[in-house]
Ligand binder design. Structure first.
Ligand code: F6R
Length: 609
């Protein structure tokens, strides 16, 4: 929910922190702050608003130090304001902390600390950490943080420093991610990999219950009890350029245009064309395990749950097993029933979504076999699931997920094919047809992207509507859900999605000339059914835009606007149909002047409940 960055090294600390915060801003952007320490003591700057506001403020009134911590916030406890912005300080002003997550017992801790005459200045749960560290401080920041951690409950990533124990940053993780970049003579701490890559590819991923104590000599790792830990330092192969806009106006547009490559990269090394087979050995799911799987449960949130829905249809059609999609936030509290031969697939771009992680832990505690699909190497979900199939989408900075949705569908297709081949559930020819078509998808997506200007023109005509309906059936019902989500989250236009056949059961009452319908209608097994659904809309003066096969010459007689996509295997149409919907949402939002990459109230990685 929030972003934390910290730096000790020879570079000028404030620019390093600001650069890091800009890269973490997708995690939260309602207030930001930095604290630096050095010869002039501890200096703080906090603002309500984005990192750009912080940068401007610092340009007017610069602060200097040799090491420091920064934070970009997405409010949980206490509204966005300068006062509630991190870093937070103790009573003496000598100790500062930044925090991502929630301290669940903060009210009782606050009462205790108030009784001990600690003075609180903010409405945040974070401030209790600063006062706890103050309470326990006896000369060693490390020991004081450790004592504070012992009484804190909840999910948190914390960073602390104190001028009373100078030259040191102490960080700790219990829940939200925290990474330590280990460079030549410098150390950078961050909530994700992006700020680190500008300095070093060498990274240690803290586990829950681990701390790092960082000084000029580098990081030292321990557990919360103080026991030293030997951390593995991994080399990350992402290139820092991947997190620049590279000439695109927004990250979201760049990421939409990266989708052909994302499909190629996610398929790479996982298909054997000679054999007509997929290779899933990296997941630990060998043919014997796959053969024994009789049911799949797909657990995810948001866009990842829409990919899960596409996966459900793929698993049913290709692998011939029942598949259910569950919202992680609901499933974790259910009395769910899991058979021994079920495979639970958790899908999460960030690999850190609190609900998905909790659902994963719940199913694991029942002994279920689990497989994660995630884009974040060594994320919590990747580390805790029984197996992982990484989506090779590269960093996704736009808050609205686009390329990772496509990468997740690619990974799910591979899993469905892998299961089909292990179980002999579909013919080799049938599977080969899908495999061959999968490989043609990048080129077909490129063709759609080549027509982006036409979609931009359409956006001009439709940007002033206040309501939209999205309709799809069968494998494109989830695409309708995804198209509506994209439009509402970045343009703030009300959009609803329905399975075409549900229209007559209520939603059709909404139709009038003020509510256009975006329909997804490739020539598949439900084409005629969708046509009837569209006729019902036309009969009620509804305007229809239709994403349809480019060789469907008849569709123009039934709808107002046709958005053509190349024909493909019926099960793979979501890969193509979603692209114009992403572009449509993007151009409408951009034309309405919305903050496309950082929509209001949203954060990229939802690491709290
Ligand atoms: C929408 C979006 C969110 C995420 C959801 C799950 O564009 O990005 O709905 O899909 O918060 O996030 P992950 O996939 O990181 O678990």
């Amino acid at each position: 929910m929030c972003g934390i960055v910290g730096y000790i090294g020879p570079k000028s600390v404030v620019p390093v922190l600001i650069d890091g915060l800009k890269k973490l801003e997708y995690r939260g952007y309602d207030s930001a702050g930095v604290a630096v320490a050095g010869a002039a003591g501890l200096r703080l700057c906090r603002v309500q608003g984005k990192v750009a506001v912080l940068e401007e403020t610092l340009a007017k009134s610069p602060i200097e130090g040799t090491y420091g911590l920064g934070h970009t916030r997405w409010a949980t406890h206490g509204r966005p304001s300068e006062r509630n912005a991190h870093p937070h300080v103790d009573c003496s002003g000598d100790i500062v902390v930044v925090h991502n997550g929630i301290i669940e017992n903060y009210l009782s801790l606050k009462t205790m600390l108030r009784d001990e005459k600690h003075e609180f200045r903010t409405e945040t749960d974070t401030e209790v950490i600063a006062h706890l560290v103050e309470k326990f401080f006896k000369g060693s920041l490390e020991e004081a943080v450790r004592a504070a951690l012992a009484v804190m409950e909840g999910a948190f990533a914390v960073g602390a420093m104190s001028v009373k124990d100078p030259g040191r940053i102490v960080v700790a993780k219990m829940g939200p991610p925290l990474l330590v970049g280990v460079g030549e003579g410098e150390t950078i701490v961050s909530s994700d990999i992006n700020p680190i890559l500008a300095h070093t590819p060498h990274v240690a991923f803290l586990e829950d219950g681990e701390m790092a104590v960082i000084d000029a000599a580098g990081p030292r790792f321990t557990d919360f009890k103080g026991k030293p830990i030997e951390k593995k330092i991994e080399k990350i192969l992402w290139n820092p350029l991947m997190i620049e806009k590279q000439g695109f106006k927004h990250f979201m547009l760049k990421e939409i245009f990266e989708q052909p490559q994302v499909v190629r990269d996610t398929l790479m090394g996982r298909l054997s064309l000679d054999q007509g087979e997929v290779l899933l050995d990296e997941t630990g799911l060998g043919p014997d395990v796959l053969r024994g799987i009789r049911r799949a449960v797909l657990i995810a949130c948001g866009t990842s749950s829409h990919a899960a829905y596409v996966g459900k249809y793929l698993l049913e059609s290709l692998a011939g097993i029942p598949a259910d999609v569950e919202f992680a936030s609901e499933y974790r509290y259910r009395d769910f029933i899991l058979e021994r031969d079920a495979l639970v697939i958790v899908i999460s771009q960030s690999g850190e979504t609190a609900d998905t992680l909790a659902a994963l832990r719940a199913v694991k505690s029942r002994g279920a076999a689990t497989l994660a699909i995630t884009n974040a190497v060594s994320s919590s979900i990747a580390r805790e699931a029984g197996g992982v199939l990484y989506t090779h989408a590269g960093p996704e900075i736009g808050v609205a997920a686009t390329k990772t949705f496509t990468a997740q569908m690619t990974a799910l297709t591979l899993i469905a094919l892998g299961l089909a081949q292990a179980k002999g559930a579909s013919s080799r020819e049938g599977r080969l047809e899908v495999i061959e078509e999968l490989q043609r998808l990048p080129h077909k997506i490129e063709k759609i992207l080549g027509r982006a200007a036409a979609i931009e023109d359409l956006a001009k005509d439709f940007m002033s509507f206040s309501h939209f309906l999205f309709l799809g059936r069968w494998v494109n019902f989830p695409v309708a859900l995804e198209g509506a989500l994209k439009l509402k989250e970045i343009s703030y236009i009300h959009a609803e999605a329905y399975a075409g056949g549900e229209m007559k059961h209520g939603p059709i009452a909404l139709i009038d000339e003020k509510m256009p319908t975006m329909a997804i209608i490739p020539k598949d097994r439900v084409y005629d059914k969708m046509l009837s659904n569209l006729a019902e809309i036309k009969a009620r003066s509804g305007c229809i835009l239709a994403v349809a096969d480019e060789d469907d010459k008849a569709i123009g007689d039934h709808v107002d606007v046709v958005i053509p996509i190349p024909a493909t295997h019926p099960l793979l149409t979501p890969f193509l149909a979603v692209v114009p919907l992403q572009l449509f949402a993007y151009y409408i939002a951009a034309k309405r002047g919305a903050d496309v990459d950082q929509p209001r109230n949203l954060a990229k990685s939802v690491t709290v409940e």
